[in-house]
Design a protein. Structure first.
Length: 277
């Protein structure tokens, strides 16, 4: 797409300043932009208002990027109104914001209402938002007879064509963000989330790295054997080195039992079930 038809205000930190500064940087009147990028701006729903004032002056707008901001369900209602005003919009990239299922439904309903069956389906990216049980939410949208497709067939369904002739695509909808430090169950759980479940966290907390034995300064260990490990003896101080297995220990110096780990207590040999860091 020609740079003349693309409005790029990404990474401008508009949410940390006054979004109304757009009025001084963007021409007045009707704009011919086909793509507008306001991603990575820390924009809240309040800051979104100034952006929407610009977008409503873009009758040919096809692609809107607002991912990685702080827009919530209040902003979702405003974006639903934008869908009604600009029915020709084809892509809305809204991932990594703060929408809930209610906000997503508002956008889907608005887009579905104004699109004809022959129109290009709306490619609506809303993954990584605050949506609990996304599979159940999608099923509810279908039960409400909304024309939505989650693009199970990634070969037949593209950003411009739906093999089911639906009006709204929800690709990657099952990938949603955690809330309150808890993972989502089912397909919404990402690989990073799965590695941080409470059970895994507890297992990691119980893991101790191996304690390597201190080498003896008096004599070198025989080939194929380890230096004597420090093992507390029964009734003794446990401060001296333990005698080699089978030779018996002096008072306060216990012998390491046969088969004991030469690395000291608390070490668990690595196996297929070991927890990795």
């Amino acid at each position: 797409m020609s740079s003349k038809l693309r409005l790029d205000f990404s990474r401008r930190q508009l949410g940390n300043g006054d979004p109304r500064q757009l009025a001084s940087e963007i021409p007045k009147g009707t704009l011919l932009y086909e793509e507008a990028d306001f991603s990575l701006n820390n924009l809240s729903s309040a800051g979104l208002a100034a952006v929407l004032d610009v977008l409503k002056r873009c009758p040919k707008l096809r692609v809107l990027k607002l991912f990685k901001n702080r827009i919530d369900d209040v902003g979702a209602e405003a974006l639903a109104e934008l869908c009604r005003k600009l029915p020709g919009i084809e892509e809305m990239h809204l991932s990594h914001n703060q929408f809930t299922a209610a906000g997503v439904r508002k956008i889907v309903v608005a887009a579905e209402e104004v699109r004809s069956p022959e129109a290009t389906p709306l490619w609506l990216r809303v993954e990584q938002n605050l949506i609990d049980d996304p599979d159940a939410v999608f099923d509810q949208l279908v039960q409400q007879e909304l024309s939505v497709c989650k693009r199970d067939d990634d070969k037949s369904c593209t950003s411009r064509v739906c093999c089911k002739k639906c009006k709204v695509h929800l690709p990657y909808f099952h990938l949603q963000r955690w809330q309150n430090g808890n993972s989502q169950s089912g397909p919404g759980q990402t690989l990073t989330n799965a590695a941080s479940t409470p059970a895994m966290t507890a297992a990691k907390a119980g893991y101790r790295p191996p304690t390597l034995p201190k080498p003896s300064m008096n004599s070198a260990p025989s080939p194929g054997s380890f230096a004597a490990a420090t093992v507390p003896g029964k009734g003794g101080s446990g401060k001296g080195p333990a005698a080699a297995p089978g030779k018996g220990g002096a008072k306060g110096k216990a012998s390491a039992p046969p088969g004991a780990s030469p690395w000291g207590q608390g070490y668990f040999p690595a196996d297929a079930n070991a927890v990795s860091n």
